[in-house]
Design a protein around this ligand. Structure first.
Ligand code: ADP
Ligand code: MG
Length: 450
C-alpha cells in the first residue's frame, strides 16, 4: 500500500515538492496490535508537513488500498540525508539518549482546562436543550449513579461542550480535590500514540483510569480507530466498575459513528443518551440577553429579537452576530439599536450561506474524501463510486454556497440544472435513510465549514 500511495503522491506533486516531502520518507515498522505505523522522515519540517497535510490522506489510503486502520507516528531520521539505506527498525527501539528529554516533555498534550464561562449558571435552558441540561445537572449532583455514562449528542455550536464542562465545574465546586479530566477525543488519540512511542502506557492509563469524572468531547473522532476504541473500552470498564462518572459528547448517536465497535455502542447505551436540538427563538433571545448583560451591553428587546431571528442554528454564530453588532456600534460611536444591527448583519445571511466557499473547493474535498478525482466528479461516468460523490458534491454546493442550480450545473462540467436538482433531492432523501451517506455528508460538511 505504501508503494501505491507513494506513486499517487509522485503524480500529484511536482518534482521539487515530491523530493522535499516524500522521497526519503519511509515506513519503518507496523504494530499489528496497536496499528501504529512508524514513518521516518528527513527533517522536523517534513514531519510537521506530514502531520498537518498528509496523514489524513495516508489514513484514507491505508484503509482504501489495504483495508487497515493505521496510526501514523513520525520520527525524524537524522541520517536520512546522507544515506539511502533502509532504516533499521531495531534502531528505533533504542532511541538515542539525547532524544529522551524532548520526548518525555511532550509526553502528553497538556491537560485542557475547563473554560470558566461554561457553568450551569451561564447556561440558558430552553426548548432543545432542557432534557440535556436536566440530565447534566442530575449527573453533577450524583455522579456515577443514575446516568452513567451520559451521552450528549447534537449539532455544532449547540452547547454540548458547555454542558459537559458545567458538570466538571460543579463537581469541583463541591469537592476541589476531585479529579476531573476533560479531554477532546483527538487528544486522547494523540496521547495514546505518544504513550506507545515513548513507552509510557502505564502513565497514560493511570491518567485516565484514576479520574473521578471523565469528560470526553466529540467522541465521533474515534470512528474507524480500532486500537483507540480498544484502549477506551478498558478505560471505560475501569471507571464504570469503580462507579466513576463518564460523560461523552458527539455530533451523532453511537450507532451512527462509522465502525464504532459493538461493545462500545452497547456500553454507551447503558446510561442515558440525550440530544440537544437547535434552540427556538425565545431561547435564542434569552441567550443573547444573558450575553449582552455579561458584556455590559445595553441592547433593547427589539434589537435582541432581530439579532436572534438572524441566526437560527448555531449558538456560537449567534454570539458572533452580537459581537459584530457591538463592533459596528464601537466603530460608528453609536448606541446599539435595531437599525445599526440591521446594517451590521446585512451580509450575515449571505456569509453564513457561502462562507466564501468555492464550488471548486467542495469538489476537491469531496474527491479527496472518496478517493476519486475532481475530473471524475465533474465528468460523466455513471458508475456508483463516482455518481454518489458527484451528487454529494452538488448537494453540498447547493447547501453551502449561494450559487444557483444552473451555475452549479455549469461548474460540474456543464450539466443541466435539472440534473443538479435531481442530485440535491436524492441526497436530501438518502440522508434520512442511509447512514453511510448521512455520515459522509456530515463529515464533509464539518471539513468544509472549518
Ligand atoms: P458544541 O460543543 O455543541 O459545539 P459549545 O458548547 O461550544 O457547542 O457552545 C458554543 C457556544 O455557545 C459557547 O460559547 C457556549 O457558551 C454557548 N452556548 C451554547 N448553548 C448555550 C446556552 N444554552 N446558554 C448560553 N450559552 C450557550
Ligand atoms: Mg464542542
Amino acid at each position: 500500500f505504501w508503494e501505491s500511495f507513494n506513486a499517487e503522491m509522485r503524480s500529484e506533486f511536482n518534482e521539487v515538492s515530491y523530493n522535499a516531502w516524500f522521497k526519503n520518507t519511509r515506513p519503518v515498522s507496523f504494530n499489528k496490535g496497536t496499528h501504529e505505523l512508524v514513518i521516518s522522515v528527513q527533517t522536523p519540517v517534513a514531519k510537521g508537513y506530514w502531520e498537518q497535510n498528509i496523514s489524513a490522506r495516508l489514513l484514507q489510503a491505508a484503509y482504501a488500498y489495504a483495508g487497515i486502520d493505521i496510526y501514523p507516528v513520525f520520527v525524524v531520521d537524522e541520517d536520512a540525508n546522507n544515506s539511502e539505506r533502509m532504516v533499521q527498525p531495531q534502531k528505533r527501539e533504542a532511541p538515542a539518549p539525547k532524544a529522551a528529554p524532548a520526548a518525555s516533555s511532550r509526553e502528553f498534550t497538556k491537560d485542557l482546562r475547563l473554560n470558566e464561562k461554561y457553568t450551569f449558571d451561564n447556561f440558558i435552558q430552553g426548548e432543545g436543550n432542557k432534557l440535556a441540561a436536566g440530565a447534566a445537572m442530575a449527573v453533577a449532583d450524583d455522579p456515577g449513579t443514575f446516568y452513567n455514562p451520559l451521552f450528549i449528542f447534537g449539532g455544532v455550536g449547540l452547547g454540548k461542550t458547555h454542558l459537559m464542562q458545567a458538570i466538571g465545574h460543579q463537581m469541583l465546586a463541591e469537592n476541589p480535590d476531585a479529579k476531573v479530566v476533560y479531554i477532546q477525543s483527538e487528544t486522547f488519540v494523540n496521547d495514546f500514540i505518544n504513550s506507545i512511542k515513548n513507552k509510557t502506557q502505564e502513565k497514560f492509563r493511570e491518567k485516565y483510569r484514576t479520574a473521578d469524572l471523565l469528560l470526553v468531547d466529540d467522541i465521533q473522532f474515534f470512528a474507524k480507530k480500532e486500537g483507540i476504541q480498544e484502549e477506551f473500552f478498558h478505560t471505560f470498564e475501569t471507571l464504570y466498575n469503580d462507579k466513576k462518572q463518564i460523560v461523552m459528547t458527539s455530533d451523532r448517536l453511537p450507532t451512527e459513528i462509522p465502525d464504532l465497535s459493538e461493545r462500545l455502542v452497547s456500553r454507551f447505551a447503558w446510561g442515558l443518551q440525550v440530544e440537544i436540538t437547535p434552540p427556538d427563538l425565545e431561547t435564542r433571545i434569552a441567550i443573547l440577553r444573558k450575553k449582552a448583560e455579561s458584556e455590559g451591553l445595553d441592547v433593547d428587546e427589539s434589537t435582541l429579537d432581530y439579532v436572534a431571528s438572524q441566526v437560527d442554528t448555531n449558538i456560537r454564530e449567534l454570539e458572533g452576530a452580537l459581537v459584530k453588532v457591538q463592533a459596528q456600534a464601537t466603530i460608528q460611536k453609536q448606541d446599539i439599536n435595531i437599525g445599526l444591527a440591521r446594517s451590521a448583519l446585512a451580509d450575515l445571511k449571505l456569509v453564513q450561506k457561502s462562507r466564501g466557499l468555492q464550488i471548486s473547493k467542495i469538489q476537491e474535498v469531496v474527491a479527496n474524501y472518496f478517493q476519486t478525482t475532481v475530473a471524475d466528479i465533474k465528468g460523466k461516468k455513471r458508475v456508483r463510486q463516482i455518481v454518489i460523490p458527484r451528487q454529494i458534491a452538488m448537494y453540498l454546493s447547493r447547501e453551502l454556497t449561494d450559487a444557483s442550480l444552473p451555475k452549479i450545473g455549469q461548474e460540474f462540467g456543464g450539466k443541466d440544472h435539472t440534473t443538479v436538482m435531481h442530485a440535491c433531492d436524492k441526497i436530501a432523501r438518502q440522508i434520512k435513510t442511509d447512514t453511510e451517506i448521512k455520515s459522509a455528508v456530515s463529515d464533509l460538511r464539518q471539513m468544509l465549514e472549518r
